[in-house]
Design a protein around this ligand. Structure first.
Ligand code: ADP
Ligand code: MG
Length: 509
């Protein structure tokens, strides 16, 4: 939440009428038997049931407009002269038996008839619709989220009438992404009145090719309904362009539809609400998408030994974590659980990975955007060529026997594992973790279990090291192995990476 709850409580204590701007009498949309007094303030829609003139007023319900996605008015059918007002709320509610609260859809519909008389009068019907539309407009105007302590801008402010491209990978996860689109995403975007175009990817790199050649004046944002792999394609497709500097400013949206939904889980984590999974996570991310606040997203430039360069927003992994990620691909039918199963399998054959690790410590000063460009390229000014020793101000890690090296750029490694709880979308930091050899299987398992709640650093495990960095170099000594960037396997060998603070933009909190 971007504002403390005090304002909400204040609101309820003072009663809704204090700053209410509109008042009206409606009936329930289904039977027309119940009567409600509605009042609308800047922050709240208050619904009070009116029983009869003599009975005491029933308690009223305060619907927080920060939880509202949109509102619409429409005519009644056929003989019905009334007009209807619909508003779509997604408040946090605790579900029966569920562990924590999650956003749940709560649609409110009311019927309005200003003058009830017997003759069927077109003018009156129009007046009813006009009044319902006035309410819908007023509700819509008050649902816009105001940036709190973020430096976000309102998506609705930058939105031109062209809309979103929603990219769906039908093969991601258990192959459920299209069902999630049809069951949730389409409806939320319609409720929020956000025009969009659905694009179903047909093959790997389809999305990358599409955004590489897209006419960017046609799109307000690219939204990915898939795992992190599809966003990785979109980010790198935008960076492939001649006009990358402008292209990478296109806001990106992430909706969890794959088996590795780390960025979606991170974006939800940054709202500071209780953790949610599966369709609850989709609802949370869909809600944030429709509210459309934009913040910077760090990009990490990764240089592989062949000279190839990638842009990452999530993670760089080598050793245990990378092996699990790739080996567990075979279990993708079980969705997110594949990582747990993969972890147990890998634990049974725990091994040591030899290599050299060095990094540039972040220091205390928050780095402002240090990126510079030359030859129409984003310059990695912190890196020197791989065949030269790392600069003086870097830290060279003494140990060379590792169980894992994991560089995190957002909070979550996947939906279940919160590796870097302190990370933020544009903190300009590489959250570097490594586990040195000598750790027991039991302790390693304990660390991963603690990571589910982000408390692994509290375990006091001497083999686990955490450092904040701006750049790193990793040189594996063994000939073959697995390295992953954002969960995707990349060419194995020495790598260097440097963060570019807020180089991209993400629709989040
Ligand atoms: P998951 O989290 O399930 O792995 P991702 O979004 O990461 O989902 O996608 C996995 C891979 O699928 C990515 O490498 C992406 O390039 C690829 N991909 C995208 N569209 C398709 C498609 N239509 N068919 C097959 N693979 C695809
Ligand atoms: Mg993936």
């Amino acid at each position: 939440m971007d504002e403390p709850d005090a304002s909400r409580q204040q609101q309820q204590r003072n009663g809704p009428a204090a700053d209410a701007r509109m008042h009206g009498v409606f009936t329930d949309a289904d039977t027309g038997r119940l009567t409600y007094a509605l009042s609308l303030s800047d922050s709240c829609l208050t619904v009070q049931r009116i029983n009869s003139p003599s009975s005491p007023p029933a308690s009223s319900e305060h619907l927080d407009l920060r939880d509202c996605l949109g509102s619409r008015a429409h005519r009644g059918e056929l003989e019905d002269q009334g007009a209807y007002l619909c508003a779509y709320f997604y408040p946090y509610r605790r579900r029966w038996m569920a562990s924590g609260p999650a956003r749940q859809r709560d649609e409110r519909r009311f019927r309005l008839e200003l003058n009830r008389d017997d003759d069927n009068n077109d003018e009156e019907e129009d007046a009813n619709l006009r009044e319902a539309e006035r309410w819908a407009r007023a509700i819509r105007n008050n649902t816009a989220r105001r940036p709190g302590n973020t430096h976000g801008v309102l998506f609705s402010e930058v939105r031109r009438p062209c809309g979103l491209m929603v990219l769906v990978n039908p093969q991601s996860g258990r192959g459920q992404a299209m069902a999630l689109y049809n069951g949730h995403v389409q409806r939320m975007l319609t409720e929020a009145d956000i025009p969009h175009t659905l694009v179903i990817t047909e093959r790997p790199n389809h999305a990358r090719d599409l955004v590489r050649n897209a006419d960017l004046t046609q799109w307000d944002a690219f939204v990915i309904l898939s795992g992190d792999g599809l966003l990785f394609e979109v980010v790198n497709g935008l960076m492939d362009r001649q006009d990358w500097e402008k292209a990478i400013q296109t806001p990106l949206g992430i909706l969890p539809g794959g088996s590795g939904n780390a960025l979606a889980a991170s974006v939800h984590h940054y709202t500071r609400e209780s953790p949610v999974w599966g369709e609850d996570l989709l609802t949370s991310c869909g809600f944030l998408l429709c509210k459309g606040l934009i913040s910077g997203l760090d990009l990490i430039s990764i240089r592989l030994s062949s000279g190839a360069r990638l842009f990452s927003f999530l993670s760089l992994a080598w050793g245990f974590v990378a092996d699990v990620d790739i080996e567990s691909e075979q279990f993708r039918q079980i969705g997110e659980l594949r990582f747990l199963l993969g972890t147990l399998v890998r634990l049974a054959s725990l091994r040591i990975y030899q290599g050299k690790l060095a990094f540039l410590p972040a220091g205390d000063q928050p780095e402002t955007d240090s990126s510079s460009t030359a030859d129409n390229q984003l310059l990695d000014h912190l890196l020197v060529p791989l065949d030269q020793p790392v600069p003086q101000d870097w830290t060279v890690v003494e140990e060379q026997d590792f169980v894992l090296v994991l560089a995190m750029f957002q909070s979550h490694l996947n939906e279940e594992l919160m590796a870097a709880p302190e990370a933020r979308t544009d903190d300009g930091l590489i959250h570097l973790f490594y586990v040195t050899a000598g750790i027991s299987r039991a302790t390693l398992l304990r660390l991963f279990r603690a990571m589910q709640s982000g408390t692994h650093l509290d375990c006091g495990c001497p083999h686990l090291v955490y450092r904040r960095a701006r750049a790193l170099r990793l040189e594996p000594l063994s000939e073959a192995g697995v390295m992953t960037v954002d969960g995707e396997r990349v060419e194995y060998g020495p790598v260097q990476a440097q963060v570019h603070r807020g180089a991209a933009r993400i629709i989040s909190t």
